[in-house]
Write a protein of this length. Structure first.
Length: 67
């Protein structure tokens, strides 16, 4: 098993990560509207909201939405 020294991570390319956005109760309506517009397709709903499918899944769990 090879260990990479911490300083070597600085040389790795930076990932284009989306900033963390806290889930709020007010997001419930936007998420459900996007799901309805997308006909229940979660990938399309995520695109409507400007989220990745994984981010949408997290919001669904946090908001207790079962779609």
């Amino acid at each position: 098993k090879t260990t990479i020294p911490f300083s070597a991570y600085a040389e790795l390319p930076q990932l284009d990560a989306r900033p963390y956005i806290r889930v709020k109760k007010e997001d419930y309506q936007a998420v459900t509207n996007a799901l309805q517009r997308a006909g229940g397709n979660k990938t399309q709903a995520a695109k409507i909201l400007g989220l990745s499918p994984r981010q949408l899944h997290y919001r669904l769990l946090k908001l207790g939405i079962h779609f």
